[in-house]
Design a protein around this ligand. Structure first.
Ligand code: ADE
Length: 366
């Protein structure tokens, strides 16, 4: 693959292209990257690349001529020209995969207040990396280039793509390294068994649970299917499936329909199991908070109490935003009440400590 970047600030790319995996991909010729200064294509004797907007208004607009000439001199028949702009389609992993299959990409980085609208006539795709406005398209083009280059064959271990966040639209499973126990937090026992099949199953389950907890928006469809082992045998069960965007479901006999699908490998998780897992996690977290509260007795420090209050408040919000929907209102209510009790207790301790220490200070100054 070849990537050409058109920018007014080529030096911004030095660090990005000169370090780590991207540097290695370039050195080993997995990708060729060219950085071109749009100003070099300006025909004006002052090398102007921007001008004031017709109709008035603040700021400068990038002119067509240098951009058109730069693109024309670099593009070939197979080139896809990508404009980085907050007005583009929102970038995601699927788009990264699509772009990684192209032979030649040109990334066009806008700057100042924008560019002449006619620039879009030579562009194949407009991409935004998020709903916020940056000072230019340089950082977005690095983001897109990075996510594309790492997908090219041989750039990183191919297996890594299959287990990372967003491959098949699930988040990554939790990962751990040494030590086995850190500040009372243990590595899940299953990871120490060496039983790879069970570990794979556990990881896949964790990915689904994590996605449901943290990014339920990735779960795009809920459908009901009849689970049939063989057409002659008939229905075995009716199941509700959550179809995750990008999940590999093949229509039977490759027909262009999704009402009969054939699934080769499927993990079914009963919602009550998810509830159970969440409950265990919440109980564990509360235990840690209680332990931290007991430790406060020893150093009796109001700042530590305040930090703990802050952490618990944060967790409470997280619970309400992510978990309550899965555990049911009754259990949700109970857990919020427990948290509130903890917070009340901590507030009392904090105030007692503040009162005591101000009495001490007053005592000393008298
Ligand atoms: N240029 C400025 N902001 C941008 C964004 N969010 N995405 C892509 N290009 C941009």
């Amino acid at each position: 693959m070849k990537i050409d970047i058109l920018t007014l600030f080529p030096n911004m790319f030095d660090g990005f292209l000169g370090e780590s995996i991207i540097k290695r991909a370039i050195d080993t010729e997995k990708v060729q990257v060219g950085v071109h200064n749009i100003r070099d294509y300006a025909k004006d004797k002052h090398k102007r690349v921007d001008d004031t907007p017709y109709g008035g208004g603040a700021g400068m607009i990038m002119m067509c001529q240098p951009i058109f000439d730069a693109v024309e001199s670099i593009r070939n028949k197979k080139t896809k020209v990508v404009l980085l702009t907050p007005q583009g389609v929102l970038y995601n992993q699927k788009l990264a995969t699509t772009l990684s299959k192209e032979e030649h990409l040109i990334f066009l980085c806008g700057h100042y207040e924008g560019f002449d609208e006619r620039v879009t006539s030579i562009v194949d795709m407009e991409i935004s990396i998020g709903d916020y406005v940056l000072t230019g398209g340089e950082l977005p083009s690095m983001v897109v280039a990075d996510s594309v280059i790492r997908l090219l064959p041989g750039v990183i271990d191919d297996k890594a793509h299959q287990i990372e966040s967003f491959y098949d639209n699930l988040l990554d499973h939790p990962n751990y390294t040494k030590p086995r126990t850190f500040k009372g937090m243990r590595v899940p026992d299953i990871l120490l068994t060496g039983h790879h099949q069970n570990i794979d199953k556990w990881r896949q389950t964790e990915r689904i649970i994590k996605t449901m907890q943290k990014r339920p928006d990735l779960i795009t469809k809920k459908v009901t299917y009849c689970l049939v082992k063989d057409a002659r045998i008939g229905n075995i069960a009716i199941i509700n499936l959550l179809i995750l965007d990008g999940m590999d479901i093949t229509p039977r006999n490759n027909a262009k329909r999704n009402d009969v699908i054939s699934v080769t490998k499927m993990i079914l998780i009963e919602p009550s199991f998810i509830k159970k897992v969440i409950k265990t996690k919440v109980e564990k977290k509360l235990k840690i908070f209680i332990e931290r509260m007991h430790e406060l007795d020893e150093d009796d420090d109001s700042t530590s109490a305040q930090l703990l209050i802050f952490d618990i408040e944060k967790y409470k919000k997280y619970l309400i935003d992510h978990y309550i929907g899965y555990v049911g209102l009754d259990y949700g209510d109970l857990i919020i009440k427990k948290i509130q009790l903890l917070l009340n207790e901590l507030m009392i301790r904090k105030h007692l400590h503040i009162n005591n220490s101000s009495k001490e200070t007053r005592g000393r100054s008298m």
